[in-house]
Design a protein around this ligand. Structure first.
Ligand code: GLC
Length: 681
């Protein structure tokens, strides 16, 4: 099938990224709407004023990407302002929906520039900086069709373990096992549902990967066991940089076996991150990747069954060379009356110390079949770190499905893990950005994803926390995470505990639906989160909506993302049933005809819109996913006649992957009802 829908073009000698899971024969002759100059890729496409452009995965701005210039380049940058061109993930895939419907995937592991109506309002210009690249044109009748064909090309998405659909609490600064215990008690004692607590860099000994501080986390194995007995999973962070320290086994093994990236003289490339000076494992070297992957065993043997890979763009705070240059420059101006432009230059030099192009140019990989400069393969470093872990998990513990998600990513990594949306801020605009990234990431195969709920940087407010939670309950990865030094934002710390408790309970009541829709989206290569434009093609109002989403087969969400709101405008694209939940058992139902409405949404409520003749399954909530009781299943919906619903459940694990069991229900109704009769087929 793919041969007819997908056209592959190869130029020069491209680096094999492994983004595509299927090997397609290269096509001859370009489609008429694409022009390519031979020295470097330059795809030019003329849009009509109505064309909409989707995709680019993790990126700033709207669902429709038109009107900005983006660069797919894994960037450690927590300031997700509109002006940025790249974030942590690199996802060079777009869908054009207009007079022609097709997708473009530029499989190129260095920077790709997507100018989408920025330089010239009706032009798309895509450029890469070398003559060695692959790109694909993906055809389809509709944008969804294009996405499906693309997803077939790049392979099935990773399936996260069922428990990871529970709520997860994180914070950078849980320094001791007592801190972690207090957080668990804070949730459990207040009857707040929870499944996981995260261990940020503070759990390690001097920020050394695969170590645990004996002083702050004594008897770690016993601690993990104790926490598991409370149905809590601990999820430690793993950073890309390995601390340089004699006597530290990971460092010494890496050094002695030449598993680290090199500099131009063939010495280990050295830069500074959290632990101070580090070396970076050469994940493009298969032997080094195997070696690092097996290191996770240390923690898996302690009972750990989930990880997050971080700083794997890779983030660099500074290199010795960069620092020396900056210090020289600062000293040069010492005691002088600095001209303003010189001062700006000086400031740029200091600010530019981190993640500098110059440093990346001094870093080299040995792929086994040759040496390659990091600059040429920057975007697949985090991908290969995460793949190395995922491959190792199957060897270390095939009987478990181990949770894995990463910060940096590239197309193809979705086969091995999820991603989180990186270091955002406790800003209202980042609630909306969370919503807008969900469909874009789904297009690229990243289905297990979510933002740092309530915001990573900056101080949150109780109002922001509740509004963000009202969106967070739909994110597959539902994690509250915050940075060191920011205001505490564990949900039990706020005044209106009832509201937080009830929304958390609602999440758990929704888990059977969310998990089922997640699994079905993976199996069918579809998107769990869709812009209204995808489901209501030809409806010009639906096509313009940027702040509502269709979630799975049955529902639409329209969260509030502005402060001091009493509600919001909602476009109802077909007749729907609006259910205003105060808690899983306390809700009011109202029918809406297609149209625009101002809907009142008090701070402690979530409104879910159910499509006509579709159903929303709910179960009674529980303190954790392991205690969800599917015998309490009920369905809400507006059904005339019959409707079928397929429930997906994790029934075991084989070869590190969840085994999925399906249950088919036939639901019968005569108009809207919150307790429809149903039977198993
Ligand atoms: C990075 C991560 C963040 C983490 C911090 C400390 O900024 O993105 O999630 O908390 O490092 O490890």
């Amino acid at each position: 099938m793919t041969d007819k829908k997908i056209f592959k073009y190869i130029y020069g000698k491209p680096f094999e990224t492994d983004a595509a899971a299927e090997n397609i024969t290269a096509s001859e002759g370009l489609p008429p709407f694409v022009s390519v100059s031979e020295d470097f890729l330059h795809i030019a496409y003329d849009m009509t004023s109505n064309d909409k452009i989707y995709g680019l995965g993790e990126a700033v701005r709207g669902i429709n990407k038109r009107g900005w210039i983006y660069e797919t380049y894994c960037s450690d940058d927590p300031m997700h302002t509109e002006t940025k061109r790249s974030l942590y993930g690199a996802h060079p895939f777009i869908v054009i929906d207009g007079k022609e419907v097709f997708g473009i995937f530029v499989d190129y592991p260095d920077r790709v520039i997507f100018d989408i109506g920025y330089t010239s309002v009706n032009k798309i210009n895509i450029t890469v900086g070398s003559p060695d690249y692959v790109f694909y044109i993906i055809k389809g009748e509709t944008p969804m069709d294009v996405v499906k064909n693309f997803r077939k090309l790049i392979g099935k998405s990773y399936i996260a373990p069922f428990w990871s659909f529970g709520f997860q609490q994180s914070r950078w600064s849980y320094y001791t096992s007592d801190d972690v215990k207090n957080v668990i008690n804070g949730y459990r004692d207040n009857d707040f549902s929870i499944d996981a607590v995260y261990l940020d860099i503070d759990y390690m000994e001097a920020f050394k990967d695969f170590t645990v501080s004996e002083e702050r986390f004594p008897d770690f194995v016993e601690f993990v066991k104790l926490v598991r007995e409370k149905n809590i999973h601990l999820v430690p962070i793993i950073d890309a940089g390995v601390k340089i320290e004699d006597g530290y086994d990971v460092y010494e093994e890496g050094r002695d076996n030449d598993y680290f990236c090199k500099d131009e003289s063939g010495n280990d490339f050295i830069a500074a991150v959290w632990p101070g000076k580090v070396c970076f494992p050469d994940f493009l070297n298969p032997k080094a990747a195997d070696w690092f992957g097996m290191k996770y065993k240390t923690l898996i043997d302690c009972g750990i069954d989930g990880f997050w890979n971080d700083m794997n763009e890779p983030a660099i705070f500074y290199s010795e060379k960069g620092l020396e240059e900056a210090i020289d420059k600062v000293l040069e101006y010492k005691g002088k009356n600095i001209g303003i432009y010189d001062f700006f230059g000086l400031k740029d030099t200091v600010l530019g110390l981190s993640n500098s192009f110059k440093d990346y140019s001094s870093m080299y990989h040995n792929t086994g079949s040759g040496i390659v400069c990091h600059n040429k393969v920057h975007n697949i470093y985090g991908y290969n770190m995460t793949r190395s872990a995922s491959d190792a998990f199957k060897k270390i513990s095939p009987e478990k499905n181990i949770l894995m998600f990463s910060r940096a990513s590239y197309i193809g990594m979705h086969r091995y893990s999820g991603i989180w949306m990186g270091d955002n801020q406790s800003w209202w605009s980042h609630i909306k950005l969370n919503l807008q990234m969900l469909p874009s990431l789904n297009m690229c195969g990243f289905l297990y994803t979510g933002a740092d709920m309530v915001g990573f940087g900056d101080n949150c407010t109780e109002e922001l926390a509740l509004r963000w939670l009202a969106l967070g309950i739909f994110n597959p990865l539902m994690r509250n995470h915050s940075a060191l030094g920011t205001r505490d934002q564990e949900f039990y710390r706020f005044e209106n505990r009832n509201a937080f408790r009830n929304l958390l309970k609602l999440r758990y009541a929704l888990v059977p639906y969310l998990y089922s829709e997640y699994i079905k989206s993976i199996e069918k290569d579809e998107m769990m989160f869709r812009p209204l434009a995808f489901d209501y093609r030809g409806d010009r109002f639906a096509e313009a909506v940027e702040d509502q989403l269709i979630v799975g087969e049955s529902i639409m969400i329209a969260p509030v993302y502005e402060s001091n709101s009493i509600g919001r405008m909602v476009y109802v694209p077909e007749d729907m049933l609006g259910v205003s939940f105060r808690s899983e058992r306390d809700y009011t139902i109202k029918s809406y005809r297609k149209g625009h409405y101002f809907i009142e949404i008090p701070i402690d409520e979530v409104v879910i819109f159910i499509k006509k003749n579709k159903v929303l399954p709910l179960v009674d909530s529980a303190d954790c996913t392991a205690h969800l009781d599917y015998s309490t299943l009920r369905f809400i919906g507006d059904i005339e006649g019959k409707c079928n619903y397929t429930m997906c459940r994790e029934s075991g694990v084989s070869d590190g992957r969840s085994i999925i069991a399906k249950e088919n229900y036939e639901v019968v109704g005569t108009g809207h009802c919150d307790d429809l009769s149903f039977g198993k087929e």
